[in-house]
Design a protein around this ligand. Structure first.
Ligand SMILES: [Zn+2]
Length: 321
C-alpha cells in the first residue's frame, strides 16, 4: 500500500510533529521516520521500511496544547532583583528572561547585566519593532514584549473606525459597540507569532483556537499571585502583615541540579528580628519547582511573602553566618 504524503501546513507541522508524538505516546520510537501525514482523524507515521503506524489526532492535539501552555517555574521570567514584568506603552509589558536564576553565576552573565541597564529604559523606546529587535536579537536575548489584553492603540483604532461607521447612520455598528470588546492578546515570541500568522489553519485543526504561549501562562499566574498577595494584605487590620514569609532562592551550581528555595516564617511582622523567624519545613528540600505552590499555600494560610533580600535585618544576619 502506498500513502500519498500530504504536505502539512504550518499549523499542522506545529501540532503533528515528532516532539508532540513523543509527548503523547509512551515509548514512541522517533527514529527512521520518513514522513508524518494525516488521514481522517488519524496521524500516520511512515517508516523507512514502509511500515506505518496510526494514532488518533486528538491525543497529539492535547499534547501540543499542554506543551504550549505549560507553566514554567516562578523564576523563569523574573529580571534582576526579582523584578517582574516592566510596563511598556499601550498595555504592553516587557517580560524578562530569567537569566539571573538559571545558574549560580547567572547574575554576572552579559544578558543579566544588559537587563539591569535597560530595565528602566524600555519605556523610552516607542517603536514596537525597535523594542522587539532590542529584546530578541541574538546578542541581547533579554525577553519578550507581551500584551495579555492586547495593545491599547489597536483597540482605539477599532473604536475609531466603529465611531466613523456610526456617523453614517448604521444601526448595526451601535449594536457592535454594546458587545464586549474582543481583545487580541500578543506575545513577541516565535511560538505565539507562528500561531498568530497562521491562525486560520490552527482554528481548522482546533476549533475556537486562540494563540497562547508559555509566557502568557506564566504572566497570568504571576498576576494571580500579585492579586492574591494584595488581597491578603488589605484584609489585614491596618494593612500591616503580622504573618510573614521571607523567601530566598539560590540558583543551581551546575546545569544538572535544581536551585534551593528556602522560606522563613514569623507571626511577629516583617520587621521581626531573626530570632522570631522559623524555617518552613526545615527537613524538606524545596526547589524552584515548588515556588508557585508554596506561595499560594502560604497566602491561603494568611502569610504574606517578602523576598528575604528586602528585609535588611534578615539579609544582614544571614550574611554574617
Ligand atoms: Zn510568548
Amino acid at each position: 500500500m502506498t500513502t500519498q504524503l500530504l504536505e502539512l501546513n504550518e499549523a499542522q507541522t506545529a501540532i503533528y510533529n515528532r516532539s508532540n508524538l513523543r509527548r503523547a505516546i509512551k515509548d514512541f520510537d522517533d527514529t527512521e521516520i520518513t514522513g508524518i501525514t494525516l488521514r481522517d482523524n488519524l496521524v500516520v507515521v511512515v517508516r523507512t521500511d514502509g511500515s506505518q503506524q496510526t494514532y488518533p489526532r486528538e491525543i497529539i492535539v492535547t499534547a501540543y496544547q499542554e506543551f504550549t501552555q505549560r507553566l514554567k517555574h516562578f523564576f523563569s521570567y523574573l529580571g534582576p532583583n526579582y523584578r517582574g514584568p516592566s510596563i511598556w506603552h499601550n498595555n504592553g509589558y516587557v517580560l524578562f528572561k530569567g537569566w539571573t536564576y538559571g545558574h549560580a553565576l547567572g547574575h554576572i552573565t552579559a544578558n543579566a547585566k544588559l537587563q539591569t541597564s535597560w530595565a528602566d529604559k524600555f519605556i523610552h523606546i516607542n517603536d514596537q519593532t525597535k523594542l522587539e529587535a532590542l529584546l530578541q536579537s541574538e546578542h541581547t536575548d533579554l525577553g519578550y514584549l507581551i500584551a495579555p489584553e492586547g495593545f491599547r492603540y489597536m483597540q482605539s483604532i477599532e473604536l475609531g473606525s466603529a465611531l466613523n461607521d456610526s456617523t453614517g447612520d448604521d444601526t448595526e455598528s451601535h449594536v457592535e459597540n454594546n458587545q464586549p470588546k474582543e481583545y487580541a492578546p500578543y506575545c513577541s515570541c516565535g511560538s505565539f507569532k507562528r500561531q498568530l500568522n497562521n491562525l486560520a489553519d490552527f482554528q481548522r485543526e482546533i476549533p475556537g483556537y486562540k494563540p497562547t504561549c508559555i509566557h502568557m501562562t506564566w504572566l497570568h499566574k504571576y498576576r494571580a499571585l500579585l492579586s492574591e498577595r494584595s488581597r491578603v494584605r488589605t484584609e489585614l487590620p491596618g494593612g500591616a502583615a503580622v504573618k510573614c514569609v521571607a523567601w530566598a532562592y539560590a540558583p543551581p551550581e551546575d546545569h544538572i541540579s535544581k536551585g534551593r528555595f528556602v522560606l522563613l516564617h514569623t507571626n511577629s511582622g516583617s520587621m521581626a528580628p531573626i530570632s522570631h523567624w522559623r524555617t518552613y519545613k526545615s527537613n524538606e528540600v524545596f526547589t524552584e519547582e515548588h515556588a508557585w505552590d508554596l506561595f499560594f499555600n502560604m497566602l491561603e494560610a494568611g502569610y504574606v511573602p517578602f523576598p528575604l533580600t528586602s528585609l535588611p535585618q534578615l539579609s544582614s544576619a544571614l550574611k554574617k553566618k
